[in-house]
Design a binder for this molecule. Structure first.
Ligand code: AMP
Ligand code: MN
Ligand code: MN
Ligand code: MN
Length: 280
């Protein structure tokens, strides 16, 4: 049987994506996606529009969100929640609390960037974000690239915004425990996003998987837009070892700014259990 073209991770203008929820859903259908989840960062505000378009054009849709958490020694980890009830009060409250730290963090980032000659970054990033509660490093990156300090958004991260660079500011996001409670309470499945992107040793990563599983976490993104073939093999092995459901995720943010377009990932290894077997 032909595998389902599922894409369970992408972003709209309601976080740091470049397309509106409506545009994103239409693009997904055009790309051959058969099951789509919108997973904006710490924000549920795009789901109603995305679902309305998905219903209109006949695309199966999953309500999602990508929750920012802090793990270990100032490592940010992202947990994708799939199949949540977007009206769940505790989830809404928790995400609101996570978002409320973004504006002051942005102010601190701008102060640091100012010291190294990048001026006006708070206002510039806010112009891209449109809302202080949503302002992210992606919005800073767009401003900094636009000002000619780097050739593209990716190199802005390498020079200015990644951990250890001048514009990086430590920040306390949600805890893993809280995030998993909110997701479980809202009826969702928790999935570790892009496990290949964290700067954790093998041992630390293993510790994260074990803690996540202990707390009720159920899946990992085996396929992510940012995973190399070798990482796909590694996280397939991890899914087998821990009994995790496997997800397939572009992490698309917009044309020209993403590793891969909606739905263009390879298929999951056949022996893994797709997370969507529990969603549809
Ligand atoms: P924040 O939540 O404000 O820390 O911003 C994180 C976002 O920045 C991620 O969701 C990605 O969209 C983007 N990002 C992080 N690292 C990179 C990178 N190396 N290249 C491009 N985008 C990145
Ligand atoms: Mn992002
Ligand atoms: Mn992420
Ligand atoms: Mn993402």
């Amino acid at each position: 049987m032909k595998p389902l073209n599922a894409d369970l991770h992408c972003h709209s203008t309601v976080s740091d994506g470049l397309l509106t929820p409506d545009q994103l859903v239409r693009r997904a259908l055009g790309n051959g996606v058969e099951l789509l989840a919108l997973t904006d960062h710490d924000e549920l505000g795009g789901l109603a529009e995305a679902r309305a378009t998905a219903d209109e054009i006949g695309l199966r849709f999953v309500d999602g969100v990508e929750v920012s958490i802090s793990w270990g020694d100032d490592q940010t980890v992202h947990i994708v929640a799939l199949g949540i009830d977007p009206t769940n009060a505790a989830l809404m409250r928790g995400l609101h609390q996570v978002r409320s730290g973004r504006d002051s963090r942005a102010g601190l980032m701008a102060e640091e960037l100012d010291k190294v000659g990048i001026h006006g970054a708070y206002e510039g990033a806010l112009r891209h974000a449109g809302n202080p509660a949503l302002v992210s490093r992606s919005h800073f990156a767009r401003y900094i690239a636009e000002q000619g300090h780097a050739k593209d958004v990716k190199s802005v991260f390498d020079h200015w915004l990644a951990k250890g660079k001048p514009g990086y500011v430590e920040h306390a996001w949600a805890t893993l425990e809280d995030a998993l409670d909110w997701i479980d309470g809202a009826g969702g499945i928790a999935v570790i996003a892009h496990p290949g992107r964290y700067r954790l040793s093998k041992k630390e990563l293993h510790g994260l998987f074990a803690a996540f599983k202990d707390l009720g976490g159920r899946g990992i993104e085996v396929l992510s837009g940012s995973h190399k073939d070798e990482e796909v093999r590694e996280f397939s092995r991890i899914a087998r070892e821990f009994g995790f459901l496997a997800s397939r995720a572009s992490d698309f943010h917009g044309p020209g700014e993403s590793w891969i377009d909606l739905g263009k990932m390879p298929d999951l290894p056949e022996d893994l259990t797709p997370v969507w077997s529990q969603l549809v």
